[in-house]
Write a protein that binds this ligand. Structure first.
Ligand SMILES: [Zn+2]
Length: 510
C-alpha cells in the first residue's frame, strides 16, 4: 500500500470559522493508499509511521486541495480571438471560434489548474455539434478521459438550451426582423441548433454508465433559466433526481436575465425555479450577480449554492455579486474562474484574492470575507458543490489525501511579520507560481512545479500544431455570420431599459 508523510512548516487542516483555521506548526499528514490516516506534528508522525516517502519540508505550507467551482473550456476566448464583451453578444463569439480538440483543450487546462493548486473542478460543458463528427457521447468522453489522465477530480455536466438563442425574445421574431439575406443565413446556421433534450439526456446517461473512476462525477445542467422552457428544466430536474446527481445552472448573471423574469413571470428566475420545485441542496448556481434580497432568502432556505466568479463578472460587464449578503444568510458560496481569470489564466489563488478584495465594501465596521472564509470557499465549499465534500475539502483522518504545498519562503520573502497568520499570508500573497507540489488521492501530480504524469511541453506543441494554418472554411463562414448578426443582437439589448433599483453594495452610490 503506497504511503507518504507530507510535511510543512504549517499544515492548515481545516477552516474553523471566519476568524480561525486549524493550523499545526511543524505539521504533517500521513496517508496510505490515498486515505488520510493521521494529521499531527511531524516529529510525532515520523516516529509512529514508516512511510514509503516523505514529501515537503519546513519550507512549505500544506493546505487542502482547492476547487475551481465553475469552468467551461481550456483555451480562453481571448486566445481564440475574442476580447471581453458583455455576456449576451459575447456568446456569439464562442460560436465562431476555432474548434480545439476536446482532449487537448481539457488536458492543457487541467495542467494549468493543477499548477495553481486546483485539485477539483466543476466542468460545465456546452453541447455542440463538432465538424469532426464525433457524437455527443464520444466528444465528451474525451474530456473525461483528459481529466482522468491528469489525475484531477471533476464534476462534469453537459449544458444545453431550447429557446432564446439570439436575444431574450422569441427567436422567430428576432430572425423576422433581420434583413432577408441575413435572416436566411441565420436560419441556415441555426440548423445545427437546437440540440434536443433527448440528446442531452442520453449523452449524460452514457457518461454516467461509463464513468471511469471515483475522481469523476457526472452532473447535468440546463444552460440558464430563461434559455430553457419549463418542460426542459423539469426533465433535467427529473434526470438528476433519478440518478441522485448534481445540478448546475447559470443564474441571474446579467441584469437582462433578471429583467426577463420580471417581464415573463413577474418574479426573478430563481423564484421561478423555486415555484417549479427545481431547487435543493444538489443545485449549484453560477454567478448570481443580480440576486434580490428575497432570492438570497430562497437560496438559504433551499440549501442551493452559489459559485461566485468575480473576474468573469468584471470582464463580461456583469457586475458584482452580493457575496457579503449571501454569507450573512449562511448560503454556501464557492469560487470559480469561468476561464476568465483577471490574468486570463486559471490561477485560483488570484481569484481568491480578488474575491476577498472586491467585497470590501466602503465604510468602517462593514464586514467582508476574512482569509479563513476565502480559504473555506475555495476548499470545503467547492468540494461540497461538486459532491466531493465528504471526501475532500479538509485534511482530516478518513478523507482522501488531496493537498497542496506552497513555497512559504517565497510568499514571505524577504520578511513577513512572524505573527502573521499563515492563512492571511497565503490569501494576501500566494500566487500560482508559489505552488510546488499537488497531491490527489495520495498521488503526486506536481512536484517541484513539474508535472509528473503529463508532458506539458508536448501538449502545448500539439495544441499549437493543431491550430496552425488558416481558419477552416466552415468556421470562417460561421464567424462571418456571427459578426454580421452581432450588431443586431447588441442593438436589441442596448434598447432594453435598465431600471435603477436598490443596490446591495454602496460602491459609488450616493
Ligand atoms: Zn459559465
Amino acid at each position: 500500500m503506497p504511503s507518504s508523510l507530507i510535511r510543512g512548516k504549517y499544515v492548515v487542516s481545516r477552516v474553523i470559522d471566519d476568524d480561525k483555521s486549524e493550523i499545526i506548526e511543524d505539521g504533517a499528514v500521513y496517508q496510505e493508499d490515498g486515505q488520510i490516516i493521521e494529521v499531527g506534528r511531524y516529529g510525532d508522525l515520523k516516529v509512529r509511521y514508516e512511510p514509503d516517502e516523505v514529501i515537503g519540508s519546513s519550507r512549505f505550507v500544506v493546505i487542502p486541495g482547492m476547487t475551481n467551482a465553475h469552468h467551461h473550456m481550456g483555451l480562453t476566448p481571448l486566445q481564440l480571438g475574442s476580447l471581453d464583451m458583455p455576456l449576451e453578444p459575447g456568446i456569439f463569439a464562442e460560436w465562431s471560434s476555432r474548434e480545439v480538440d476536446p482532449y487537448l483543450d481539457t488536458i492543457w487546462c487541467a495542467l494549468q489548474m493543477i499548477e495553481s493548486g486546483i485539485t477539483n473542478v466543476m466542468h460545465n460543458q456546452a453541447m455542440v455539434r463538432t465538424p469532426s463528427g464525433l457524437d455527443f457521447y464520444e466528444s465528451n468522453a474525451r474530456i473525461i478521459d483528459a481529466y482522468e489522465d491528469s489525475g484531477m477530480r471533476v464534476a462534469f455536466s453537459l449544458y444545453n438550451r431550447d429557446q432564446h438563442f439570439f436575444t431574450s425574445q422569441d427567436d422567430n421574431v428576432f430572425l423576422n426582423g433581420l434583413p432577408p439575406e441575413l435572416g436566411a443565413r441565420a436560419r441556415e446556421g441555426m440548423r445545427a441548433r437546437p440540440i434536443l433534450l433527448d440528446d442531452h439526456l442520453s449523452a449524460s446517461e452514457m457518461l454516467i454508465a461509463n464513468k471511469v473512476s471515483d475522481r469523476t462525477r457526472i452532473f447535468i445542467s440546463p444552460h440558464n433559466v430563461h434559455w430553457c422552457s419549463d418542460d426542459y428544466l423539469m426533465a433535467i430536474k427529473e434526470f438528476a433526481t433519478r440518478h441522485s446527481t448534481g445540478l448546475h445552472v447559470h443564474l441571474q448573471e446579467t441584469l437582462y436575465q433578471r429583467l426577463y423574469g420580471d417581464e415573463h413571470w413577474g418574479k426573478t428566475p430563481l423564484a421561478h425555479l423555486k415555484d417549479l420545485g427545481f431547487l435543493g441542496p444538489e443545485l449549484s448556481c453560477a454567478h448570481g450577480v443580480w440576486l434580490t434580497d428575497s432570492d438570497i432568502d430562497i437560496l438559504a432556505e433551499s440549501g442551493s449554492s452559489i459559485c461566485h466568479n468575480p473576474s468573469s463578472n468584471l470582464r463580461l460587464n456583469s457586475g458584482i455579486a452580493p457575496v457579503n449578503r449571501l454569507l450573512e444568510k449562511g448560503v454556501n458560496v464557492a469560487i470559480g474562474i469561468d476561464e476568465a481569470g483577471i490574468n486570463d489564466d486559471n490561477d485560483i489563488l488570484q481569484e481568491m484574492r480578488l474575491t476577498q478584495k472586491i467585497h470590501r465594501e466602503p465604510g468602517v465596521g462593514v464586514k467582508s470575507p476574512s482569509s479563513h472564509r476565502i480559504l473555506d470557499m475555495a476548499t470545503q465549499s467547492g468540494a461540497d458543490v461538486t459532491f466531493f465534500g465528504s471526501e475532500t475539502g479538509t485534511l482530516e483522518p478518513g478523507k482522501r489525501a488531496d493537498m497542496v504545498l506552497l513555497d512559504l519562503d517565497r510568499i514571505s520573502e524577504p520578511y513577513l511579520d512572524p505573527d502573521t497568520n499563515v492563512v492571511d499570508a497565503v490569501v494576501y500573497r500566494g500566487r500560482g507560481s508559489d505552488v510546488d507540489t499537488v497531491i490527489v488521492d495520495g498521488e503526486v501530480l506536481l512536484q517541484d512545479g513539474i508535472h509528473t504524469k503529463i508532458d506539458r511541453a508536448e501538449i502545448a506543441r500539439q495544441i499549437a500544431d493543431s491550430l496552425a494554418g488558416p481558419l477552416p472554411a466552415a468556421a470562417e463562414s460561421r464567424a462571418q455570420l456571427n459578426a454580421d448578426l452581432k450588431p443586431y443582437v447588441e442593438r436589441w439589448f442596448a434598447s432594453q431599459k435598465l431600471p435603477a433599483g436598490p443596490t446591495h453594495y454602496r460602491y459609488n452610490a450616493r
